[in-house]
Ligand binder design. Structure first.
Ligand SMILES: Cc1ncc(COP(=O)(O)O)c(C=O)c1O
Length: 376
């Protein structure tokens, strides 16, 4: 019965063209799919740190509040110093961080204002919190203000939260953090910024706040991941002492989940040391500039980007284009509904410091070939 039911559901997914399968990147590919923007996942010094970290064992053996608190506080001190906040707390993934932070800090009776294009983990955190949620149009400050002005009186003082990605994962654009912070101050709201794609990229690697020269303050909570530019695994939150203490005591995905393996922690500490030196971040900005010029010349983007994420929007053609690129040894992921709105299906091109100018040109040429064939 159950099996038949699932088969039927799967057929519905297939019939609507939304069936997903797992792909292995075997063979030699030029990879434009990964979030390893600084190529740190294979950095020799980090691999060495990971190897040394194995002296603690292959796993952490328990939650942070039981047997699993090994070298994690060392990483948290590093992150807090790096982000210039009072404290930081590490979770087992960026997803677990958003879900655990939002559902602990926001409650029934609160109001969350959330950007329309926020990541799925933010959406899930909002749902779990049982707070009221209003969605404002993407990066649209006047829509956000309208929503707040219409609604804030219904809530008690201090029950307002504004949540945004720092850098949006599918578009690579940057949230208007200065304006959001101003609104948060005006309405006594808390601003939660998920800097999963800003950390290691913007503001000399320190993230979106630094990019806008905004100092961490009592009403800002920063979330991030260790799995993208940092090249490892895990997530983190940073902010004032009381936020971190409160999360240690109430955040369910922190309390009831096994801590990160200690060798992963050692690798992440080394990664922050490398990012701090600045060279890899400068390299990335240089590659972003080169990519901008080439992608604009081929007309796959129409405005300059300051992050390594470039959406090439092709709509319905996207998935067959992605397959064409794979057939040509270029690995790009096609992103479609429901991850992005219908009509804005895209190839999400993410670049890293290992790419060469020729790789960007080859990608554009292969897309051109596909589009010419498609027209015939
Ligand atoms: C904006 C954003 N937040 C959170 C996450 C989740 O991070 P992780 O992959 O470490 O679970 C992602 C990952 O795709 C993301 O893009």
């Amino acid at each position: 019965m159950f099996r038949e039911h699932l088969k039927k559901e799967l057929n519905n997914i297939k019939n609507s063209g939304l069936y997903r399968t797992l792909k292995v990147k075997d063979g030699k590919f030029i990879d434009f799919s990964s979030n390893d923007y600084l190529c740190l996942s294979k950095h020799p010094e980090i691999l060495n740190a990971v190897k040394n970290g194995l002296r603690y064992g292959s796993g952490s053996t328990g939650s942070r509040l039981t047997s699993g608190n090994i070298n994690h506080e060392k990483l948290e001190e590093k992150i807090a110093e790096f982000k210039e906040t009072e404290r930081a707390l590490v979770y087992s993934s960026g997803y677990a961080t958003n879900v655990g932070v939002i559902s602990a800090l926001c409650k029934k009776g609160d109001l969350i204002l959330s950007d329309k294009l926020n990541h799925a983990s933010i959406i899930d955190g909002c749902r779990l919190s049982r707070a009221d949620v209003l969605i404002y149009e993407h990066c649209n400050i006047s829509h956000l203000l309208n929503l707040i002005e219409e609604n804030w009186r219904k809530y008690e003082e201090g029950n307002l939260f504004i949540i945004t990605d720092g850098v949006f994962s599918m578009d690579g654009d940057v949230a208007p953090i200065k304006e959001l912070k101003k609104i948060a101050d005006e309405f006594n709201a808390v601003l939660i910024v998920d800097d999963a794609h800003g950390t290691g990229v913007l503001g000399n690697g320190k993230g979106t706040l630094k990019h806008f020269n905004i100092k961490p303050s009592d009403n800002i909570v920063q979330v991030g991941t260790l799995s993208k530019a940092v090249g490892g695994l895990g997530g983190f939150v940073c902010g004032v002492e009381e936020v971190i203490d409160y999360l240690i005591n109430t955040s369910r995905s922190f309390i009831y989940s096994t801590a990160l393996p200690p060798h992963v922690v050692e690798g992440c500490i080394k990664a922050f040391e490398i990012i701090e030196k600045g060279e890899v971040v400068k390299n990335l900005q240089n590659k972003i500039n080169i990519a901008n010029k080439i992608f604009k010349k081929y007309k796959y983007i129409n405005c300059g980007h300051i992050t390594p994420i470039f959406p090439f929007i092709f709509g319905e053609k996207t998935m067959s284009l992605a397959q064409h690129l794979i057939d040509n040894n270029i690995f790009c992921v096609g992103i479609r509904y429901p991850t992005v709105p219908k009509g804005s299906e895209r190839i999400r091109v993410s670049i890293n410091i290992g790419h060469k100018k020729e790789d960007f040109i080859l990608l554009c040429e292969k897309i051109n070939d596909f589009l010419i064939d498609d027209k015939k």
